[in-house]
Design a protein around this ligand. Structure first.
Ligand SMILES: [Ca+2]
Length: 319
């Protein structure tokens, strides 16, 4: 709300700089990994402090959103066979990079066998919806060809009629999504643009719709057979509301500000003002200090996605 107020504010020059603020202001520096943030100026105008600075951001590391036991699988399918086929899911995770790509990753207990002629196709799917009620999607990755060392993968995005994305209602909206198979990390990773699944930077992916349903699944079938329900479903992750993977906010550059007593852990502060920095990382925002007096600390946070933040603090004395 405050960010919107700032965006509507007339660009009037600052008319009052409080001497007490200037005298005690000491620019801070980043105190945690995840980029950097610095406050370069603090000035008072009426009942508000204007805070200016610069932030830098770094690619978000993979965030684990949900896990699944090793060696499980539907009754009758046989855990060891599912594992040996490379279809035993153990986790899903996601990351956003600064160039605007979203990576969706399935982790396995064992890697699929390399058999260019005989091995079946293994499909990995991920069902998601976007906060705000847009149509749900299913992202599918699978092996197209196997060489002596690696799989050549490809992915697709399907529009679903409901959170439960069955083949009768699924329609293909994107094909040729890049997919990589990595033997060392036992992972399969699809590389998407947010627009591929109807999202944008800052959108939030949610994983449980109106109906309880698995979020991530693996399937075995002929290679290239289309939507995975045409294959046989063999493992699933997040198959009840209790185990639904957590939400995921697609990374966007954000700076947040707060003011409070000195000595708080910056990671635990409630940041009530959020601003979007310019392309070079410069930011400015306003803090309401109408009811405050005496020594206080300005807390600033720069985040690019979940668990990928830098923090800084600056002490001020309010008259
Ligand atoms: Ca499993």
């Amino acid at each position: 709300m405050n960010a919107k107020r700032w965006s509507r504010r007339p660009q009037a020059p600052l008319v009052l700089v409080l001497a007490a603020v200037a005298a005690t202001f000491a620019p801070g520096s980043a105190i945690a990994a995840g980029g950097s943030i610095e406050i370069s100026a603090v000035a008072r105008q009426g009942n508000e402090l204007r805070v200016e600075g610069t932030a830098t951001f770094v690619d978000q590391p993979f965030v684990v959103l949900g896990t699944d036991p090793e060696g499980d699988g539907p009754i009758g399918q046989g855990g060891p066979l599912v594992r040996a086929a490379g279809a035993d899911l153990t986790a899903i995770s996601a990351r956003t990079t600064l160039d605007g790509k979203v990576f969706m990753r399935w982790t396995l207990s064992e890697f699929p066998p390399f058999d260019p002629d005989g091995a079946p196709g293994i499909y990995y799917s991920w069902r998601l919806c976007l906060e705000g009620g847009s149509p749900c999607r299913e992202v599918v990755a699978h092996s197209m060809r196997a060489t002596s060392q690696e799989f050549e993968g490809v992915g697709s995005v399907w529009r679903c009629g409901s959170y439960i994305c069955n083949s009768q209602e699924a329609s293909l909206i994107r094909a040729d999504i890049p997919v990589t198979f990595d033997r060392s990390s036992l992972t399969v990773t699809a590389s998407l643009e947010p627009a591929d699944f109807g999202a944008e930077l800052g959108s939030t992916i949610v994983h449980q719709g109106e109906f309880a349903s698995p979020v991530a699944l693996s399937w075995i079938g002929d290679r290239g057979s289309g939507h995975p329900p045409l294959a046989t479903r063999v493992d699933q992750l997040g198959d009840s509301p209790e185990t639904a993977p957590k939400e995921y906010a697609i990374g966007a550059r954000r700076v947040s500000l707060a003011i409070g007593p000195a000595g708080l852990a910056p990671e635990t502060v409630s940041y009530r003002v959020t601003v979007e920095p310019s392309g070079d990382g410069a930011f400015s925002g306003w803090l309401d200090v109408e009811d405050l007096s005496g020594p206080h600390t300005i807390y600033a946070r720069a985040c690019f996605g979940t668990d990928n933040c830098a923090y800084t603090t600056t002490d001020v004395a309010l008259g």
